[in-house]
Design a protein around this ligand. Structure first.
Ligand SMILES: C[S@@+](CC[C@H](N)C(=O)[O-])C[C@H]1O[C@@H](n2cnc3c(N)ncnc32)[C@H](O)[C@@H]1O
Length: 316
């Protein structure tokens, strides 16, 4: 929807219905209720603004950038510790919000850079998309959701607000601090989210079987670069019902499109996830797994389209 007021810039509104269309799902009743007041307002950029943003992205890509990988566990511990300390002080759930969100009002929507009316549109868009995608696959037989690389527990905390009560929620991360945050969430509410420490680089048997559960990773496997095989092979052994990834799958982007190309370059510079989709496709060709969905959501932050969706399951 567009509005023009006294010659002011056109203002656009993103509704839940718009995002349902992108995610290819009709939100269930719980989710519709949870997001009943949802909207994001944004403005289109002028040609000059867009040029400035593209220049910023190029500068970022060409500046020294931190690469992800096994050396970063202490960085994540320290980052989440700030969130834990904030939460202990304020008791406010906004402390779950990772500090890399809301750094700019610019975000990607429908393949364009746009300017949010308020801060944290990137966060709002990310979280509603995660919920919509998960809701699509929560069939009646699913009794467990397992989020790997769960960070501050922000997704699990929301899931607890809208998934059916009989679905158990489990979080895993290599940081101890994630577990501390989830304890705080549970203590401040009636929630019963389970946490276990887990490292993608050294998968080990967990205390709970993953069979009959849905696995979800959101911007988490991005952190392992090309070292995803151990985790995928671990999942093959565990044989969960379904695996959902919302990760920066650059393979789904179009390198002949400027914004896509910049996202691919940014991900490559940071050493983000690379080759997972090819690996899954080779497993599908061998008949080991079935890929159920590959979908771009055409949303993201200024620098990248961070959460295209790939869903698969083990063939029995
Ligand atoms: C970008 S954050 C995403 C957090 C959350 N999934 C979200 O969407 O907000 C990446 C998460 O992956 C975790 N992570 C990074 N490398 C990991 C590894 N090797 N094993 C397990 N977790 C890891 C980090 O600690 C962090 O919580």
């Amino acid at each position: 929807m567009c509005r023009k007021k006294n010659g002011e810039k056109l203002s656009n509104r993103i509704s839940l219905i718009d995002l349902e269309a992108l995610a290819g799902v009709n939100a269930n009743r719980n989710l519709k209720n949870f997001y009943k007041d949802f909207q994001i307002q944004y403005e289109s950029l002028s040609a000059e603004q867009r040029d400035m943003e593209i220049l910023e992205i190029l500068k970022k890509i060409h500046a020294p950038l931190q690469t992800v990988g096994a050396h970063r566990s202490k960085v994540w511990e320290a980052g989440w510790k700030e969130n834990v300390d904030d939460y202990k002080k304020s008791g406010n759930k906004s402390s779950l919000l990772p500090k890399y969100f809301g750094k700019t009002r610019i975000f990607r929507y429908m393949g364009k850079l746009v300017l949010g009316k308020e801060k944290f549109c990137d966060y709002k868009l990310h979280t509603v998309m995660v919920d919509l995608v998960l809701s699509k696959y929560l069939t009646k037989d699913i009794k467990q959701v397992h989020e790997f690389g769960c960070g501050t527990g922000l997704h699990l905390d929301r899931f607890a607000d809208w998934v059916e009560e009989d679905i158990k929620l489990n979080g895993y991360d290599w940081t101890e601090t994630s577990g501390e945050m989830i304890d705080l969430i549970n203590n401040n509410s009636q929630k019963k989210i389970r946490f276990e420490q887990f490292n993608f680089f050294r998968p080990r048997k967990l205390s709970k079987s993953l069979k009959d559960g849905v696995i979800i990773t959101c911007a988490a496997l991005e952190q392992v670069g090309t070292d995803f095989r151990m985790f995928i092979n671990f999942l093959l052994d565990e044989s969960p019902s379904l695996v959902i990834h919302l990760e920066p799958f650059s393979e789904l982007l179009d390198e002949n499109n400027l914004l896509d190309y910049l996202s691919i370059q940014y991900c490559s510079k940071r050493n983000y996830l690379k080759g997972l989709l090819n690996y899954l496709e080779s497993l599908a060709t061998e008949g080991v797994i079935e890929i159920i969905e590959r979908r771009r959501l055409f949303c993201g932050s200024r620098f990248l389209e961070g959460y295209p969706v790939v869903v698969w399951r083990v063939r029995h």
